[in-house]
Design a protein around this ligand. Structure first.
Ligand code: SAM
Length: 269
């Protein structure tokens, strides 16, 4: 995604203020915030925190692990991993605004000593070779045209026996999508591969796929249930404009096969 496209997609100028307002509306004390207080609004991907937990459960992370969250958004995955496993996490995102918001939230919950946030591009990572045991990336590649570079960079920064953990959306039956989607206001903002092309690109970058599932049906059911929940101040709608419409379009496309979901773990070889 170009910087200009990203500006319209992930930059509002108000994400921090919007999140602060939502936390207060939900009765949270922002000066005594707990990690769990953020769980409903910080995972910017299909299935939210449930999906993050399901992916993390497939990777053996210990307090000694060094983890990269590639395309961290406002940093929900990084905070979950640092808090749950006690590991150090480096978080990277193209959006300056999201990086600032992530740093602010890390400070509020006391995780800023374990998480470093760097503005950067996942196709040209600002890290040395063999820096990490695990690269996590959830719902980022849909914005990335240069998928070869994305996975080559993930491979480069991983150590021997490193693991790449992915939770992503791919193209489905080829029928036309409705916009906006959670990651794309317009067709120009989305770069969807078929599952087979995505898998081949990951393998070509030097990985062996250890786990590859298509939980589309399960996720579509979950998203329909989420849509039926009573409104709450806490959710992605707190800082993502027009979120209900995005959610509706995503849920419909997962339900009728226009989009698919994949969960994957790949090992370096
Ligand atoms: C749908 S959000 C997902 C955020 C986060 N992974 C999560 O699951 O909560 C997509 C994120 O990818 C980031 N992004 C898109 N293209 C990127 C790139 N080339 N390099 C780094 N970040 C990128 C966006 O800025 C945005 O924060």
């Amino acid at each position: 995604m170009s910087d200009a496209a990203l500006s319209s997609q992930y930059v509002t100028g108000t994400s921090r203020a919007d999140i602060e307002r939502a936390l207060i509306a939900a009765g949270k004390d922002v000066h005594a915030l707990q990690v769990a207080d953020l769980a409903m609004l910080e995972d910017y991907h299909t299935g939210g925190r449930i999906a993050t937990v399901q992916l993390a459960d497939l990777v053996d992370i210990t307090p000694a692990s060094s983890v990269l969250d590639a395309g961290t958004g406002i940093g929900g995955t990084a905070r979950y991993l640092a808090d749950q496993f006690g590991c150090a996490v480096a978080a990277v995102d193209l959006s300056d605004e999201y990086c600032e918001t992530a740093r602010w939230l890390n400070r509020l919950v006391g995780l800023d000593d374990r998480i470093t946030v760097t503005q950067g591009d996942v196709t040209a990572l600002p890290f040395d070779d063999a820096s990490f045991d695990v690269v996590f990336s959830q719902h980022v590649q849909m914005n990335v045209a240069g998928k070869d570079e994305l996975y080559q960079e993930a491979r480069r920064v991983l150590k021997i026996d490193g693991r790449l953990a992915l939770w992503d959306i791919t193209a489905g039956n080829g029928r036309e999508l409705d916009y906006p989607l959670p990651w794309a206001d317009l067709p120009d903002h989305t770069h969807l591969s078929t599952p087979a092309a995505l898998r081949a690109g990951i393998e070509a970058a030097g990985f062996t796929i250890g786990h590859w599932t298509d939980p589309t049906e399960e996720v579509a059911t979950m998203m329909r249930a989420i849509q039926a929940l009573p409104p709450s101040p806490l959710g992605l709608h707190a800082f993502v404009p027009d979120f209900q419409k995005r959610l509706q379009n995503l849920t419909a496309a997962l339900s009728d096969g226009r989009l698919q979901a994949i969960r994957a773990i790949a090992q370096t070889r």
